[in-house]
Design a protein around this ligand. Structure first.
Ligand code: HEM
Length: 413
């Protein structure tokens, strides 16, 4: 296992400390599922929990399903403008993107690209996604250990992204690299410092500017670059806004689906009865997919900023305060989701979860992500009796992206 081996020694039991010592900025929150008991306690004892942190300032942590819905569906009070992460905007390297904008600009830019993942386009893509899934699965070694993250999760989502952007296929691994760099923080080990991170992202802009220049003079096509280059509200973007929206689309379509693909294998191994249910009835795949996405919650939170003084869950939020919607907690709120701690592949109302957010920013690619996972599991069940997890999953260092760098498995036919 890599140097990122899970560590939990210095993390206090969340119930053993005064509640105001709970620190939600830790980047080792998700290792060994430490966060589960943290949020369980907060939901019970202080569901809109205030924290003041030397680096991230004042912020409110919203942990219950209903309170999260209230924030997510009131963009007039809780704004996305500027950024949707805890950290403030880096004024030296601002990256405007429509996930971090309010209406009307948000709505216009979203509209320019949403056609790429509209149902009619998804139906057209299904055949090629299936073909790619089949190729990936058929090339896996049988009866020997390998890292599922590298050979399946990353490979499949990267190929998908290359398709959406009509990106040169042989260079597709650059997309994975840029996605990892875009979400890297100082202790992730991916880059050494912020300067290096910015330099790599500028290479991404340079590459995509070439693609833009080619496509802007051609007839509009169905790929994301062409849509941005021809769209009324995106064709005059400044370069950094182009880069911002590229990063949004790259990260949006990459890390999230990747980590759901890995999470599914992990959860079926942790719940052998559910795995058996799936073998007995692969017709459950369409409900298993949203259940995997709920249980994984690939993006742990989204941040908003209060535009006015307001009240939430009995707490007085001040104008300018940060408000963090912890989807990862709301998805385990048993007041809103029956038996929320259990992974149940035949769950009723499986799509009732927060992993895609709600309201005007609800994930644009949600149906694409579900389709990829559905096809993957349909093809897996036709080939393999068991994907056995043979070591501990290694989680990435972040309190935002909830994902994996390693999942050692052995596949048996
Ligand atoms: C399991 C996979 C995925 C998860 C869990 C996920 C999660 C999310 C979340 C939480 C948001 C913000 C919602 C909010 O603020 O209310 C979001 C927005 C977004 N996602 Fe996804 N996403 C996934 C897959 C994808 C894919 C495949 C794409 C590719 C096109 C994508 C593109 C976007 C975009 C463009 C936005 C911004 C929408 C807006 O601001 O209007 N996502 N996603």
């Amino acid at each position: 296992m890599s140097e990122a081996v899970q560590q939990n020694d210095d993390r206090p039991d969340p119930y053993s400390i005064p509640i105001n010592e709970i620190d939600l900025t830790r980047s080792d929150m998700f290792a060994d599922d430490y966060h589960i008991r943290v949020f369980e306690r907060l939901r019970k004892e202080d569901p809109v929990y205030f924290q003041e942190h030397e680096e991230f300032g004042r912020f409110w942590n919203v942990t219950r399903f209903d309170d999260i819905m209230e924030v997510d569906t009131n963009p007039g009070i809780f704004s996305s403008e500027g950024t949707i992460v805890m950290d403030d905007v880096d004024e030296d390297f601002p990256l405007p993107m429509f996930i971090a904008m309010d209406p009307p600009k948000h709505d216009k830019q979203r509209m320019e690209v949403s056609g790429a993942v509209a149902p009619v386009n998804l139906a057209k893509m299904e055949g090629s996604i299936r073909q790619r899934v089949q190729n990936i699965l058929d090339s896996l070694p049988l009866n020997e250990e390998f890292n599922w993250v590298d050979l399946v999760s990353i490979e499949l989502t990267t190929q998908m992204l290359a398709t959406l952007f009509d990106f040169p296929f042989e260079d597709r691994h650059k997309l994975t690299w840029w996605s990892d760099v875009a979400t890297a923080n100082d202790d992730s080990g991916i880059v050494d410092n912020e300067e290096e991170r910015q330099a790599i992202l500028m290479e991404c802009l340079e590459y995509f500017t070439r693609l833009w220049n080619e496509r802007v003079n051609e007839e509009p096509r169905g790929d994301l670059v062409s849509m941005l280059a021809h769209g009324e509200s995106t064709k005059n973007m400044e370069p950094m806004e182009y880069l911002g929206n590229l990063i949004l689309l790259i990260v949006g379509g990459n890390d999230t689906t990747r980590n759901s693909i890995t999470g599914g294998v992990r959860f079926l191994n942790e719940n052998p009865d559910e795995y058996q249910k799936l073998r007995d009835n692969p017709g459950l795949i369409p409900t298993m997919v949203p259940e995997i996405i709920r249980y994984q919650t690939p993006l742990a939170y989204m941040r908003r900023t209060a535009l006015i003084d307001t009240e939430l869950g009995g707490k007085q939020i001040k104008q300018g305060d940060k408000v963090i919607m912890w989807y990862v907690s709301g998805n385990r709120d048993s007041d809103s989701i029956t038996d929320a701690d259990s992974f149940l592949i035949d769950r009723k109302q499986a799509r009732r979860h927060l992993s895609f957010g709600f309201g005007i920013h609800r994930c644009m690619g949600n149906r694409l992500a579900e389709m990829q996972l559905r096809i993957l599991w349909e093809e897996i069940m036709q080939r393999f009796h068991t994907i056995e997890v043979v070591g501990r999953p290694v989680t990435v260092h972040s309190n935002f992206v909830k994902g994996y760098s390693e999942l050692p498995v052995i596949v048996r036919a």
